[in-house]
Design a protein around this ligand. Sequence first.
Ligand SMILES: [Zn+2]
Length: 510
Amino acid sequence: MTEPRQITIFDTTLRDGEQSPGASMNIPEKIEVAQALVDLGVDVIEAGFPISSPGDFEAVRKVAKHVRGAVVCGLARCAEKDIDRAWEALKHAAQSRIHVFLATSAIHREFKLKMDKEEIIRRAVAGVERAAGYCDDVEFSPEDAARTEIDFLCEVVEAAIAAGATTVNIPDTVGYATPNHFSSVIQNLRQRVPNIDKAVISVHCHNDLGLAVANSLAAVEQGAGQIECTINGIGERAGNCSLEEVVMALRTRKDFYQADTKVNTRRLVPTSRLVSNITGIQVQRNKAIVGRNAFAHEAGIHQDGMLKERTTYEIMRPEDVGFSKTDLVLGKHSGRAALADRAKALGYHLTGGQLQTVFDDFKALADKKKEVYDADIAALIEQQIREVPELWALESYRVACGTGATPNVSLTLSRGEEKFTEEMSCGDGPVDAIFLAIERITGIVVRCRDFQVHSVTVGKDAQGEVNVEVEHEGRLVRGRGVSTDSVEASGKAFLDAINRISMLTEGRGQ
Ligand SMILES: [Zn+2]
């Protein structure tokens, strides 16, 4: 057997993934995810689109500066100021890549860009050359490649490679491709572009038809050397190619693809949970690889087969993707070292100060409930890394309510040293009353679009986790709160969303 070909894993959770409605992450959260991606073993991290906003710029700059162990990439249009700004954000990275893109399909040329083919090639070449002046590692993407006429696509790709692109990425921007079609696009490029061996062929597939992973694998069969993907497949609309699925397909079917990645697959589940916790986007139960039911065998005949020989029904082992056999339990008497150890295993990187705060919270929680599970610890840590200092915090609340009566709420928030109390009779339930009181104090009025409560772990004493999605001036913002009291968790979640809005409106990054 020949050595398997190494496929580069280019993760775009922080850029394309963050474009999922409501998935926006703040800078500490992005750094946390970037560090988890390094632990996972991805090759390239696309950290953002620096010119798109000051917050995106800052996030890319911070990731470039602080995260080591992967190439850090920034996105730019084929325009001088975009590329200059991208480099400004990336220049402190140990290894950096500038990713320039320009749409090439007829529909984009005509309606979006209003440019003819010659103009597109001229701009693409100028963009790649400018990026190559800053850095050796340059990726070029002809946006909407899957709907671009193949002759023109070959022409653009050849020109981009000649201008210095080291990776040419073929995006299926609108999720239009099917496996055989996409395979023939890659095959055509391999056969018809004379300098194609001077660059790595990459693919970037969207999941509008549920084919992003299948299309990416079809491209690998034709020689593509890089896959762009996101954790849990998050991204615009139906999302991107899911990292965990494409990586496990290559690993499980190495016999067929003769290809593999550097990913440490045992980090897949912890990384999936981290991204889900941070973005508030839950993973469906039957999601391949990382869903809660991905390895659950219910049918009796399957269980019987499994007991005799697990490979009768199992093509992968749950522990290989990072499901732990036993949910380790900590309790009242567990020490700081045990907590630090669990935090690390769950994929978090805590500073000494953060560890101390989480440890204090853990002790308080262990007083309230006997057994503290991994999910509880993750919830406590999330609160720490999401914390937004100097903004609103929930000090206390009291609600009196009952059937047929308007709730009476008394709620105190603090902002820095100041405290604000509101007493009012409002709403049609305790949660509604608290939301209204928070709006009254902070002066930020939103529309609640989604509200979900679920328990973090098992048992009556489990912590309740609340996720809210609110709309403010046309923008969707998520908030999350955890407490053993689910009404308090609701208040915290709502306040978390309000704090994010304050940060946006007060211009403190994103
Ligand atoms: Zn995309």
